[in-house]
Design a protein around this ligand. Structure first.
Ligand code: WQD
Length: 340
């Protein structure tokens, strides 16, 4: 069976993608430096799929180590590149670390396979900033990033597009994620935020379980249905399945261009207060929250036009907000009884 390299494969989206690749009949090898994940995730993946995927711990910024890996794994049929630093706030404090890590790792992987590679790149809707038109399509212009993290995604896409333009042997699909949330239905893998969660849903579940205090809703004076900001929340399992669809498309080699971009969202927007309500409705847990000031750098409203993903990639999100909230809560309860 074809072997897929998943860099960052023990992370939140990476681990769910490893499971879905296995379910789709692929062999998986992981590279991870475990800087933002736990070795225990490998055991959790084994509990779901019955085998422990091969996992090599190395720093993708170390060119010689990455070349050594590629020499030992010449049979990799494709790469899904998740490995990157991704904390928006931290990136503002540590820009050089973010630019070095996020670009060196990507470039080293491409060069190690002699630029003859099928690669799925983990990108983000942050490249759109606050779109002028909603829902936002892949043809919308990118806007100046609000953070070095967002900038690394924009520049990485440019690196890939420009390299593909002069490298026919390199085939790339960039996947622009909207807001990944939720956890696997087994509650054995999920989001493992380090420290105080910056993202909404992990803060909600940690507040509900008693690990955190009151939730602050950052602003209710936006021009939206209830004044709180709008995002396109997508279940991490749906997101993982989209990566399998992207690998399949690269295998088929039917694309006209060797560089393609797809939005991965549900095509629907939810306000923060709607998410709070959906969590309470689907779990029966009462949340302790209050309205606070807007958060710097937040866009007001963004949700994706996912027509291209449906028509070209042949993928559509299937799980709704209730399942996102229930699965996130089940994972939080699992963590309480099985701390990592
Ligand atoms: C969602 C909404 C907040 C916390 C970020 C990254 C993006 C991507 C997804 C990686 C916003 C509000 C949040 C809280 C709140 N990550 N909020 N109280 O900022 O849309 O996107 O994560 O690719 O790149 O930027 O996600 O979950 O932080 O916020 O009211 O305690 O929830 O203001 O409106 P965001 P988020």
């Amino acid at each position: 069976m074809p072997k897929i390299l998943v860099t960052g494969g023990t992370g939140f989206i990476g681990s769910h993608t490893v499971v879905e690749l296995h379910n789709a009949g692929y062999e998986v090898v992981i590279i991870d430096d475990f800087s933002n994940s736990s070795h225990k995730i490998l055991k959790q993946i084994e509990a779901i799929i019955g085998i422990v995927p091969e996992c090599v711990a190395l720093d993708l910024c170390d060119e010689s180590k990455v070349n050594e890996f590629a020499a030992q794994h010449p049979d990799v049929a494709g790469v899904i590149h998740f490995a990157a630093f991704k904390a928006v706030g931290e990136s503002v404090q540590k820009p050089l670390e973010y630019y070095k890590n996020n670009f060196y790792s990507l470039i080293n992987v491409i060069n190690a396979y002699k630029r003859s590679l099928s690669l799925v790149f983990s990108s983000s809707c942050t490249v759109y900033g606050q779109p002028d038109v909603l829902p936002v399509t892949e043809f919308a212009p990118t806007k100046k990033a609000e953070s070095p993290y967002g900038n690394t995604k924009q520049i990485a896409e440019e690196i890939l597009q420009e390299t593909c333009a002069v490298t026919p042997s390199l085939h790339v699909i960039s996947l622009r994620y909207f807001n990944p949330v939720g956890a696997h239905s087994t509650a054995l893998i999920g989001e493992l935020p380090i420290g105080v969660p910056q993202n909404l849903v992990p803060f909600i579940t940690q507040s509900a379980i008693g690990k955190r205090g009151q939730i602050t809703v950052y602003g209710n004076d936006y021009d939206t249905a209830d004044g709180s900001a709008v995002r396109d929340y997508i279940h991490v399992v749906d997101l993982a399945k989209a990566h399998v669809a992207a690998i399949r498309r690269l295998e088929a080699k039917k694309a006209e261009s060797n560089y393609e971009v797809f939005n991965l969202g549900t095509g629907k927007g939810s306000t923060v207060l709607e998410i709070v309500n959906a969590f309470e409705q689907s779990t029966g847990e009462k949340l302790n929250y209050a309205i606070g000031p807007r958060r710097n750098g937040d866009v007001e409203k963004v949700w994706g036009d996912v027509t291209k993903s449906a028509e070209v990639l042949g993928w559509k999100a299937e799980l709704g907000v209730e399942d996102m909230m229930r699965s996130a809560w089940n994972w939080e309860k699992y963590l309480k009884d099985n701390p990592f």
